[in-house]
Design a protein around this ligand. Sequence first.
Ligand code: HPA
Length: 271
Amino acid sequence: MTLSEKLKETAKYIQGKGVTSIDFGLILGSGLGELADEITDRIVIPYEEIPNFPVSTVVGHAGQLVYGTLSGKKVLAMQGRFHYYEGHSMQTVTFPVRVMKALGADSLVVTNAAGGVNTSFAPGDLMLITDQINYTGDNPLMGLNEDDLGPRFPDMSEAYDKAYGEVAKKVATELKIRLQQGVYMGYSGPTYETPAEIRMSRVLGADAVGMSTVPEVIVANHMSMRVLGITCVTNLAAGMQANLNHEEVVETTERVKADFKELVKITLERI
Ligand code: HPA
């Protein structure tokens, strides 16, 4: 089956569950999945039921699609995403984004947990992603290009939509939420970075580092989707604090999730 054929099959299945129009796709990262609990008129579809969908394996990632209304918009949220480090190909990791587009979504909100590289960041800060560095060594668009999905050589000059970013900044000011902004650098994981890698990342222009988002945003751009990206800086990156662990990542998202949810909800209302 070609990718387009798989997409048709998956979209048809999801439509059969009652999913009609979609304004926004939502990808909810580590510890941030609770936002999907606020979606009303819900249709919930576990990943394992969906044809051509892989199953996510990470603790803290529920693994289901939640469709419904949030902030007056029709959204399809991924509660739990797929990661490259789980052993999935980048094509697999990004398949759900293609499904969102096939179902009619022209915009994507991506969220994640990441380590702060910028020395002025503190754990618990939220960061508007203004741009990204693909440091994974891979790219989800490798291989044959299916021209009906997007061009062979997509422009990444404005990978994250500037207008969406401006709205998020304004909302953050109004809500008195500290919103940093910066460049997200995507590593493959699953190891956290070494202190030397973090010094390198800073020199290369990164403000935060993580193990997700970059492939999904590449594919969204391939299909001309507009992207809003919000990072939760859960810890200072390696070498900037004593050590790193997943528990701290979960604890920090727990601490700031109320602000995170408000910021995303009100921004969604206005974009
Ligand atoms: N590095 C990579 N990924 C992460 C980090 C980090 O420091 N924190 C949360 N996700």
